[in-house]
Design a protein around this ligand. Sequence first.
Ligand code: ZN
Ligand code: ZN
Ligand code: FE
Length: 766
Amino acid sequence: MHLKITVSGIVQGVGFRPFIYNLAKRHGLSGTVLNNQAGVLIRAEGKRESLEAFVRAIQAEAPPAARIENILTEEFPDSGLSDFRILPSDLEREGFTLVPSDLALCEDCRRELFDSSDRRFRYPLINCTNCGPRFSIIRALPYDRPATTMCEFEMCAGCRREYEDPADRRFHAQPVACHACGPAFSFLQSTGDGWQSVDGDPIGLTVTALREGEIVLLQGVGGFHLACDARCDSLVRKLRERKQRERKPFAVMFPDPEMLRRCCRISDKELSLLTSPKAPIVLAVKQPDCPVAESVAPGNPFLGAMLPYSPLHALILREFSGPLVMTSANLAEEPIIYRQEDALKRMPGIADACLMHKRKIEMFADDSVAKVTSGRPRVWRRARGYVPSPVSVSQPFRKQTLAFGPLMKNTFCLGRQQVALLSQHLGDMDSEAAGAAQHAALDHFLRLYDMQIELAACDLHPDYTTTRLAEEWTEQHNIPLVRVQHHHAHLAACLAENGETGPAIGLTLDGTGYGIDGTIWGGEVLVGDLKEFTRKASLEPVAIPGGEKAAREPWRMALAWLDKLYNNSLFDRDIALLSALRENPGEKALYTLLSPHLIEQTYPKTTSLGRLFDAVAAIVYFGTDSQFEGQAAMGLEWLISREPEEPYPTDVFRSSDRIKLSPLPLFEKLLSDIRAGVDPERISRRFHQAIVSGYSRVCEMIRDDTGISTVALSGGCFQNSFLLMNFESELQRRNFRILSHGTVPTGDGGISLGQAVIANTQEEVS
Ligand code: ZN
Ligand code: ZN
Ligand code: FE
């Protein structure tokens, strides 16, 4: 029997052809295998039983980094092939090749790395067909060595032999290298305004510097990191000062799962995510006696934990044998530095020493961040390891589409045929540096995939820098631009990730998104599909004093809600937060805020649930402090007591155009609980439960009105594990079908996907 087998998905650059070659030999088959535009094409000849077993094994034994989307088999007449061969790529046809993402160090390479008899013993860039850099070093397609940043390194005879042998596990591993032929390493010491190279073993020198309490700049896979001993509080504080990063948590890399387990509570799911080829930062609960310094993640019960995902990290961590802070090399909120010139120019005052090598990073990617909630990994920041893995969509893109994404936590998205390609996390688009990073990434993606964009999408907000960029870009290229409402994009992103088209109830809960009425939305219940939506319900609108400032100063939202509750008579109320504000005469704005009737009248309105969390956090525990966005609300989640409580009451009512959920009754009870000395832990629990039960009731009313019983959960508030888990169980109990996010961020990192699918659907109809 002769079968033609087409395997599609992520099957190139992941060791697929040698895998097929060896599998065919094992099953006694003859034939050929090659890469083409559709994926991998196999022709196999042999006994029927062997062929059937072979096809089953393709699925069951595929290399760890491969993602098979489809196996298509067709029967052909026998052609009398005698052996099995790997043929050169056939990439001529019109089509669409996918780029593999960077893959964490595999077990085979790790063994060789630490085997003193191996010729790659302690070689910091060891890799094979199952592991190593991909996305970060690829300059063009097809993915071949000359098209990567490894092009300038001539393979030695030993490496070439492995590279050319189909039975070798380095067959066509494009970045293959060794001590003899690979990129050289150097260790540099900062002189304050420049660098001085130091002779010796670069890895050994790096470990010594770390042991002596230095902050070391390390060239990683998708960019540069700043590393230092995570156990030393004063050192971590010094790093914060130099980086101008006050409070946001740093990630920590542990040498091995054993030490990680001593520092954090790690489930099997979390461990398998940490040791997967994607190897993201995983948020895990700190153990009580965790030796990691408090200043690494101040006031935070979680630690962003990583295991060494590159051979360079594996060497350093094993020899250092303690946890290291491993944070992106940048200043404050700027994008990660990934070019050597930039690192050397900008980091001498920040790092004391530097370890770098000559394998250039073509495209940056931060470490991805994920959390396991209700048994499923949820990606919060999608970058290294995940990008550019495609999201398969249910409605193919008829036109090549580009969505520019939101303002904060920006990603962009390209749509073509069956796939949506999300860019890596690009950060907040409110700085010049971020704009430049977006530009570089966009340019790279468009060139890499040879895209001819025919349709574009952006946010509805007229003043976002991303909107203006989209306007300029589409005008220049003369293509139509579709403007998509933020929460509709959240809903569509959730539908698209789950391969659905809707309609569904979109429970979209987040901090900020520009609404079609010009107010700030964020506690919305929509009904919609990939094309359109109606706003069926929202939180009751309230003033947002100080506009953008409110996200950084939670007390502002507390004042707005209290003002609404007490009907503009705040002065004589005995509430700790108010006394604290009165005692702070430095803030002139406070007096304005506290003047009667001013709040409701002066400020724009919001229905943001994120801002309601801020308000409650300010009243319950956070006071007059300022925060990075979402910080106070996260603290409220961490407070939650374990035991279930009676939820606070909320008021759900129908108004002329939609259902509204008012938290005013909640505030009344909450304030009386505070007066009665109830624990903040219990108050937080009652508040969270009130949100779950209030919105669940709203969903039921909408189901009664529309007959729709699928709920898509999306928006940054679902990073709150309590909300995600409890909405899932509460809505299930009420017989809803639930969709939520996994590898596409529930926060604004997923918005561009929603924009792309909506633009595509709208365009198709018009
Ligand atoms: Zn490997
Ligand atoms: Zn070599
Ligand atoms: Fe959002």
